[in-house]
Design a protein around this ligand. Structure first.
Ligand SMILES: Cc1cc2nc3c(=O)[nH]c(=O)nc-3n(C[C@H](O)[C@H](O)[C@H](O)COP(=O)(O)O)c2cc1C
Length: 352
């Protein structure tokens, strides 16, 4: 029995000795089950890394409707650093990671289990933020030779972090454009509770591993289970607009679905903190490698400086900006709109 390609995909040619012409039975070449043949399926690559599993859970929730649909094939690529990052983090190890994080000093990764030259119609890049930058394993992937998979592809970024993702996304946008990718959507899921609460719950979680609610005022750490489950709306949007995906997609599919929401109050704080991270990060990288005792001593000085900054300059800045807001409204609105691109913060399609 031989298989040959035919119009309708392929055929089984049954050769019966002495039966004259071979009999041709049409069959599906790759995919004998229900659904279209593999070469017409919409292939989506989901790249993910997560220490607690949160970012991966968000990606799974988003992709659940897609995976259930017979016209899609979803390939998962879990990024693994050669030397895993600890969880929970030690106090010094945590802070000692900021210089490499802000300078995107890529750690070595285990070999990728995907074929970067295979056909993918869309790529979902799931990441968390480390020190206002994409987490180091994600930055390492974006700088690796395997990142050629992104070339010419539409990309959706999915962020799960405390609440400060603006600067990290600017870095990711740059890395994606350097790889020749097109960012078509961005979804940002942030930790539950007000900023003053997550200022405590998120560090408590990453430094101790505890994510429970406590003292009656602090909510559980991390993105709420409801927000993660609601990420399935983006998967439904992919299914609904699947006819667009293989046609050189260059437009947002998630507009009107409340994909992001930029808090104008964070724009200046992130810029100030990022500038300070870069200045001190440069110095610390000159002093030594992570773990170097002299670097740790300088780091301690920086942590004290940072705490002073957070307790004095940051609240003062909030008050000054609130006073200046009426004068700066137009400029601020423009910046918010720019940072919310490409998906925007509109919610008009959610009910549908
Ligand atoms: C080293 C480190 C730095 C972090 N820095 C930020 C940050 O700058 N902004 C932010 O919103 N969240 C920050 N977070 C929280 C993470 O983005 C994320 O919410 C948390 O680590 C859980 O992610 P995961 O379990 O998916 O890895 C940081 C976490 C770590 C471990």
């Amino acid at each position: 029995m031989v298989r040959v390609p035919l119009d309708i995909k392929s055929a089984i040619i049954e050769e019966r000795p002495g039966a004259g012409k071979p009999h041709v039975f049409p069959v599906l070449w790759h995919n004998a089950g229900p659904g279209p043949p593999q070469e017409t399926m919409i292939r989506i690559l989901v790249i993910h890394y997560s220490q607690t599993g949160q970012a991966t859970r968000a990606a799974k929730a988003m992709m659940a409707p897609v995976e259930a649909h017979p016209e899609f094939e979803v390939v998962w690529h879990n990024i693994e650093p050669v030397v895993p990052y600890p969880f929970p983090w030690g106090f010094f190890t945590f802070f000692d990671t900021f210089p490499e994080s802000v300078y995107l000093d890529a750690p070595a990764l285990k070999p990728a289990n995907i074929n970067p030259d295979a056909r993918y119609d869309l790529i979902v890049l799931t990441y968390q933020v480390w020190f206002l930058s994409p987490s180091l394993p994600i930055a390492a992937f974006l700088k690796s030779p395997e990142a050629r998979v992104l070339k010419g592809k539409p990309v959706i970024t999915l962020i799960a972090c405390r609440n400060m993702w603006l600067t990290a996304q600017e870095s990711v946008k740059l890395l994606l454009s350097e790889r020749g990718a097109r960012l078509i959507d961005n979804v940002a899921l942030i930790d539950q509770g007000p900023a003053w609460a997550t200022f405590v719950t998120t560090p408590r979680w990453v430094l101790t591993g505890r994510n429970n609610a406590f003292w009656g005022i602090f909510p559980p750490a991390g993105v709420s289970a409801e927000d993660i489950a609601a990420a399935s709306r983006f998967g439904h949007a992919l299914v609904d607009q699947r006819h667009l995906i293989q046609s050189g997609l260059d437009q947002s599919l998630f507009a009107g679905l409340g994909a992001v929401n930029v808090n104008p109050g964070y724009i200046a704080s992130e810029r100030l903190a990022h500038r300070s991270f870069r200045i001190w990060g440069k110095l610390l990288r000159r002093v030594g490698k992570p773990g170097n005792p002299i670097r740790r001593a300088v780091l301690l000085v920086y942590i004290l400086f940072l705490v002073t900054l957070i307790l004095t300059v940051v609240p003062l800045g909030i008050v000054i900006r609130a006073l200046l807001r009426p004068l700066m409204r137009e400029r601020m609105d423009k910046e918010v709109t720019r940072l919310e691109l490409p998906s925007g913060s509109g919610t008009e399609r959610i009910r549908r």
